[in-house]
Design a protein around this ligand. Structure first.
Ligand code: SF4
Length: 414
C-alpha cells in the first residue's frame, strides 16, 4: 500500500482577504434585499453578469450559495424537501439542496455572516451554456418570488465555436437589455458595459495567471485551494475589488514559485482533477492526496472562470464568444484536445475524474473519454464516484482505497 503520512499543506495568506471579500459581497446584497436601495439580479455562474452589473444590479449567484450548502454538509438533509416538490434526487443537487434550504427557511449565510435569508430577486437571468437545470432552478424561484425570468439558450456539444454561434448568442444578449431596463429603471449605457467588461477581462487574466502558477514544480497551489479562492472570480468579476484581490494573491504565489515553496510538502505526483469538487469532502480529499505526496494542482472546474475572449471594444460579441467557448459547452473532441494541453502545461502524472451522480454535464468519464485520453497520452486515470453536494452518492472508504491504489500505479508508471 502507498504510505499515507500526516498531510503538510501550506496555507495561503491571501485567503483571509478572500473571506472579507465574500463577507462584504453577501452583506451588501442582504442590505439591498432588506432596504430595496439597489435592485438585485440572480445570475447563473457563467451567465451574463457583466450586463447586469453595467445596468446597476447587484448580482447574486445561487450556485455559490448551494456550494456553501455542500461544503457545510447541510445539503443532504435539505435535498429531500425539494424531492417532495417533484424535483428528482437524480437531478442537480445544487438545485435540490438550494430549493430545499429555501422551503425550510435555512441558509448557511446565517452562520457565516448573520444573514437571515437569501436576497430577494428583482429579476432572474440564466444561460443554459452549462445545463438545463439552471433554467428549471431559476424558473422555480421566478414563480416563488413572482419575478421576471430572462434567459439565454446556448448551443451544446459544440466542436468549433463559429461566427454563427457567436452571433446568435450576442443577439440574445442584446435582446435582454429592454426587459432588464424595465426592471432596473436604469437606461442601458454602452460605456458602462465596456468598463465592466474591461474589469472582467482583467479579473479573468489575473485568475488565469494565479492558476497557471501551478505549472511550477513544486506547485504553489492546489485545486482544493482554488475551489475557494475562485469565489471573487465567480461572484465579483466586473468589479475593481476582485481585480485588487487577485493581484495580492498572484504576488503571494509568485513569491512561492520564486522560493520553490510547494503547496504540498514533498510533492511527488502531479494530478489533474476533472469534474466538480465534492464540496463536503474538500478538506478530507486535500489531506488524503497530500498525505500520499500527491498535489492535485489543476482542474477544468477552476479554469471555467477564465474568459480570455472578453474585449471591451466589442462587448456583446466578445461576451457571446467567451461564454460559448467554455469547456462545458463543447464536444468531447474539443474537450479532449483541451485536457491534452493541460496535461502538457501542468506536467500531469495522473488524472482523477469525478463522476458526479447528479451532474452529467460536469462528468466527462461516462462515454470513454478517460480510456481514449489514456491511450493517446499514456497518462493514467482514476474515476471517483460521488457527487458535488449529495454525499450519499459517495463511499469514503472506497475513495480512499482507490486513491491509494492509484498512487501505487503512478509510482510503478514512473
Ligand atoms: S452544471 Fe451541473 S452542478 Fe452546475 S447547475 Fe448544472 S447540473 Fe447543477
Amino acid at each position: 500500500m502507498a504510505e499515507e503520512k500526516k498531510a503538510i499543506r501550506k496555507k495561503i495568506k491571501a485567503a483571509g482577504e478572500m473571506k472579507k471579500f465574500m463577507a462584504d459581497y453577501y452583506l451588501e446584497l442582504d442590505h439591498a434585499s432588506r432596504t430595496g436601495d439597489k435592485k438585485i439580479a440572480w445570475c447563473t455562474s457563467v451567465g451574463p453578469a457583466e450586463i447586469l452589473r453595467a445596468m446597476g444590479f447587484l448580482v447574486y449567484f445561487p450556485e455559490t450559495h448551494s456550494a456553501m450548502l455542500g461544503a457545510t454538509r447541510m445539503a443532504m438533509d435539505l435535498i429531500p424537501h425539494a424531492n417532495a416538490l417533484g424535483y428528482s434526487p437524480e437531478i442537480c443537487s445544487y438545485l435540490t439542496a438550494d430549493v430545499g434550504a429555501y422551503v425550510q427557511g435555512i441558509t448557511p449565510l446565517t452562520r457565516a455572516y448573520e444573514i437571515e435569508s437569501i436576497p430577494r430577486p428583482d429579476v432572474l437571468v440564466f444561460n443554459t451554456n452549462q445545463c438545463r437545470d439552471v433554467q428549471d432552478w431559476f424558473a422555480w424561484y421566478a414563480r416563488e418570488f413572482d419575478a421576471p425570468l430572462v434567459g439565454i439558450h446556448t448551443h451544446r456539444g459544440v466542436k468549433d465555436v463559429t461566427a454563427s454561434h457567436v452571433a446568435s448568442i450576442a443577439k440574445q444578449m442584446e435582446e435582454m437589455i429592454e426587459p432588464l431596463e424595465e426592471v432596473s429603471g436604469h437606461q442601458f449605457d454602452l460605456d458602462e458595459l465596456e468598463q465592466v467588461v474591461a474589469l472582467s477581462r482583467e479579473c479573468s487574466e489575473l485568475w488565469k495567471a494565479v492558476l497557471d502558477t501551478a505549472s511550477a514544480v513544486p506547485s504553489p497551489l492546489t485545486f482544493f485551494d482554488g475551489t475557494t479562492l475562485m469565489g471573487p472570480a465567480v461572484v465579483g468579476r466586473g468589479t475593481q475589488q476582485a481585480v485588487d484581490f487577485y493581484k495580492v494573491l498572484l504576488a503571494e504565489l509568485e513569491e512561492r514559485v520564486e522560493n520553490s515553496v510547494g503547496a504540498v510538502e514533498g510533492e511527488r505526483f502531479r494530478i489533474y482533477w476533472e469534474g466538480m469538487p465534492i464540496w463536503g469532502r474538500l478538506r478530507a480529499h486535500s489531506e488524503l492526496f497530500a498525505g500520499l505526496g500527491a498535489c492535485v494542482l489543476a482542474s477544468t472546474y477552476c479554469n471555467s472562470w477564465i474568459f480570455s475572449a472578453f474585449d471591451a471594444a466589442d462587448p456583446f460579441t466578445s461576451m457571446a464568444r467567451a461564454y460559448t467557448e467554455l469547456f462545458i459547452v463543447r464536444s468531447d473532441e474539443a474537450k479532449e484536445q483541451y485536457i491534452k494541453e493541460m496535461i502538457d502545461f501542468f506536467k500531469i502524472d495522473g488524472i482523477v475524474y469525478h463522476d458526479a451522480r447528479t451532474c452529467p454535464n460536469n462528468s466527462n468519464c461516462r462515454y470513454g473519454m478517460p480510456q481514449r485520453l489514456e491511450a493517446e497520452t499514456g497518462v493514467p486515470s482514476l474515476t471517483i464516484n460521488g457527487d458535488l453536494n449529495d454525499l450519499r452518492c459517495l463511499s469514503d472508504e472506497q475513495t480512499n482505497t482507490n486513491v491509494e491504489a492509484f498512487m501505487e500505479q503512478l509510482e510503478e508508471h514512473r
